[in-house]
Design a protein around this ligand. Structure first.
Ligand code: TRP
Ligand code: SF4
Length: 404
């Protein structure tokens, strides 16, 4: 990774799908809540990305945005720990997308696996559009406009972070050599002092002539340690080390979200389209009804028929929610026919109720107070815009669009 000043900035987005369910909570939101205390985090609603597939019914998007943001807040994503905003309210994403489109070879976009996959999967929609082809590039702009270092995503999105890295590399290669770059580097090297600059030159040579990656890492660490150089110097030196120019858009890394196959009520992955979900704001009576009507191992016709937990979706939920002791009780009781399926479901009902109670409460508070939700987003939009503006200023100037 190109070390940069922003490498600790985390950014992630979600398309506005409306109410979220336990799959989103366990798969994504719990991770965001944890990350917001460890890094500077930005989480945003990717409403333009939603338009790439929903351009025929844009009216649904707005309500989905608010419903989803309320679920984020209900899960514990906190505006005091993270910046929460809406993509379309920060037009810099679109400007960077446009500028990056100038240097992005069509083949890169056509080769992204999700392009053909999603077209095949969503056959009823006409996705032979310019916007849909550009989906990953818009995502690249989302990331690069904040110079985010880490992007928490699921495995299906890793290819999009990869193309982001390629686009950033190409951008830096094309525009990172400001006029006078070599001279500026020489000045920065001198500022490091005699000893450090000699070590720097040695390490740089070892990397560039012999491909010694340890030397590169050591040199980067040396640069990061320097107290006497400016941030601009630091970026120039990091660029100089790798033989490119100044790093204007640092390459991000994906932070693979720990795989959580939150099982649904029928044992398949929990998903809105399968109708096998419990939503984050599900009423207690509904939670109970849904769990009690879950299918179980079909071998258990009568209460004392022995069963096999591995053939039962309820067992999958015990793996998520239950302590070892409870799981041992289930295993023994199921295989011996000692417990009934409703007995077995009881601890799950209780665990889900306990998990959802504070979430539902926080969601209700926000539902009652839409102005608060709007002001949280308005503030997040402002913060995001300010950061994005700073990047665009540099990008425009690097591309010869300053006009001042
Ligand atoms: N494409 C992502 C998804 O469907 C959402 C997204 C848009 C995103 N822009 C992003 C995720 C930037 C991470 C970073 O899940
Ligand atoms: Fe499933 Fe539990 Fe019934 Fe066994 S006892 S079949 S694990 S619900």
């Amino acid at each position: 990774m190109s070390a940069t000043v922003s490498s600790q900035r985390v950014l992630s987005g979600m398309r506005p799908t409306g109410h979220l369910h336990l799959g989103h909570y366990h798969g994504v939101l719990k991770n965001w809540v944890k990350l917001q205390h460890e890094y500077e985090c930005q989480f945003f609603v990717a409403d333009w990305h939603a338009l790439t597939t929903e351009y025929e019914n844009p009216q649904t998007i707005e309500n989905n945005v608010w419903d989803m943001v309320i679920d984020w807040l209900a899960a514990g994503v906190s505006p005091s720990a993270a910046t929460i905003f809406v993509q379309s309210q920060v037009p810099e994403h679109a400007e960077l997308h446009l500028l990056l489109s100038m240097i992005t070879p069509l083949g890169w976009l056509e080769r992204v696996p999700t392009y053909k996959d999603q077209q095949d999967k969503l056959k009823e929609k006409d996705l032979a559009t310019y916007g849909f082809l550009g989906y990953p590039l818009l995502q690249a702009a989302d990331i690069l406009v904040y110079r985010a270092g880490l992007v928490p995503v699921g495995a299906d999105q890793v290819a999009h972070v990869e193309i982001t890295r390629e686009v950033a590399r190409r951008f830096n290669h094309l525009y990172g050599r400001e006029p006078g770059f070599e001279e500026a580097v020489a000045v920065a090297v001198r500022k490091m002092g005699k000893k450090a600059s000699r070590i720097y030159q040695d390490l740089r040579r070892k990397y560039q002539e012999q491909g010694d990656h340890t030397a590169l890492e050591t040199a980067k660490a040396l640069v990061m340690d320097q107290q006497n150089i400016t941030l601009g110097d630091r970026e120039r030196l990091l660029g100089d080390l790798e033989g490119g120019g100044k790093v204007i858009l640092p390459e991000p890394q994906s932070l693979l979200t720990p795989a959580s196959r939150m099982p649904g009520l029928d044992g398949q992955k929990m998903s809105k389209s399968y109708g096998n979900y419990i939503s984050m704001r599900e009423e207690p009576a509904e939670v109970e009804r849904k769990i009690r009507s879950m299918p179980t191992d079909p071998a258990r016709v009568r209460r004392n028929d022995p069963g096999t937990p591995e053939k039962c979706p309820v067992w999958e939920l015990h793996k998520v929610y239950s302590e070892e002791e409870t799981k041992a009780w289930v295993y023994e009781g199921c295989t011996s026919g000692g417990i009934g399926c409703l007995d077995c479901k009881k601890p799950i009902v209780e665990a889900v109720q306990e998990e959802l109670e504070p979430i539902r409460k926080r969601a209700e508070e926000h539902e009652r107070n839409p102005d608060l939700v709007r002001s949280i987003i308005a503030e997040g939009n402002d913060t995001a815009r300010e950061r994005a503006r700073a990047t665009l200023k540099e990008v425009r100037s690097a591309m010869g669009l300053s006009y001042r």
